[in-house]
Design a protein around this ligand. Structure first.
Ligand SMILES: Cc1cc2nc3c(=O)[nH]c(=O)nc-3n(C[C@H](O)[C@H](O)[C@H](O)COP(=O)(O)OP(=O)(O)OC[C@H]3O[C@@H](n4cnc5c(N)ncnc54)[C@H](O)[C@@H]3O)c2cc1C
Length: 269
């Protein structure tokens, strides 16, 4: 019996063929003052993203986006030698393969090629994306789900909240700058959504998420926890859950989505 329950909780890992897409910006919407949703249109044939925390790679070229896609080899995109580029990870928020579009939500944090691109892009600009290369699908066999993070995790947390079925308890604790940055989600899950506000403190410098979780009562039973955002925040929340709240380490996924003071940094725990 116990064996069956454990099997049902195995995380499914799926690999996908790597595919590059050259997409055109067709929509720019500030869903909150610091979160910009960018709709990109183009050939989305074969796009799949079954995991709420999947990511695509977005490519940024200081000399301008190439007009043609390069071939993809075993190590990824094979741009001509000398092509300067930066890559950053973003969560597929919404998409339609049939209609040929994808929405990405960018935090406008003010520094870096991705945030800079999102802040200045115009309708008609182009963006190259690749992936997702893989997905992790967390089964619905847990008693409840904990989601925690900062605003970079809002797309992944939002996807999860929207996909969880009716009645499943989910507790979400999310740090944002202020009330104006709060997002609310359509779901049939039994959600407790708690926002904490930095109120002017720089992102990545507070213990607000950890402190709010430490003060929170939890539903009964065993949970799967997904934590994402600044590396140190994600680490601190994971340590608290395992060391002080008795979570099974196998069922706590902490993803460092960015690292305070370091460009192009992420970490998995
Ligand atoms: C799997 C995954 C999924 C992600 N999904 C999303 C998503 O959907 N939307 C999203 O906005 N981000 C998402 N991120 C985070 C995003 O990739 C990083 O924030 C990335 O560093 C942004 O790149 P940049 O070029 O803007 O800044 P970088 O060049 O990487 O960094 C420049 C400076 O800005 C700082 N910085 C980076 N991000 C932030 C931030 N959010 N707030 C404050 N300072 C910051 C860095 O510490 C550095 O000092 C995701 C990350 C991962 C790993």
């Amino acid at each position: 019996m116990l064996e069956t329950a454990a099997n049902a909780r195995v995380i499914q890992r799926i690999r996908h063929d790597t595919r590059l897409r050259l997409l055109t910006v067709t929509g720019i919407t500030d869903i909150t003052p610091l979160m910009r949703r960018i709709r990109l249109e183009g050939d989305m044939t074969g796009f799949v993203s079954p995991g709420h925390a999947d990511h695509i790679k977005a490519f940024f070229f200081p000399e301008g986006t190439p007009s043609e896609l390069p071939p993809v080899g075993p190590n990824g995109a094979q741009f001509p030698p000398g092509t300067r580029r930066e890559m950053r990870d973003y969560t597929p928020r919404y998409w339609s393969v049939d209609e040929g579009w994808i929405d990405l939500d960018f935090v406008l944090h003010g520094d870096g090629p991705a945030s800079g691109w999102a802040a200045s892009t115009q309708i008609g600009d182009t963006l190259v994306i690749g992936g997702p290369r893989g997905s992790q699908v967390v089964p619905l066999a847990f008693d409840w789900y904990l989601l925690a993070g900062d605003e970079t995790a809002l797309p992944a947390i939002g996807r999860r909240i929207e996909e969880l079925p009716a009645g499943i308890p989910v507790v979400a604790v999310i740090e944002v700058e202020s009330k104006a940055e709060e997002q609310h989600f359509e779901t049939e899950a039994d959600i407790t959504l708690l926002y904490v506000h930095r109120n002017g403190a720089p992102a990545g410098t507070t213990s607000l998420v950890r402190d709010a979780i430490a003060a929170a009562g939890f539903p009964p039973g065993e949970a799967y926890a997904y934590i994402a955002g600044e590396v140190n925040m994600a680490r601190a929340v994971k340590a608290h859950l395992i060391e002080e709240r008795g979570f099974n380490p196998e069922w706590v996924k902490a993803a460092g989505y960015w690292h305070l003071g370091i460009a192009d940094a992420q970490e998995d725990h």
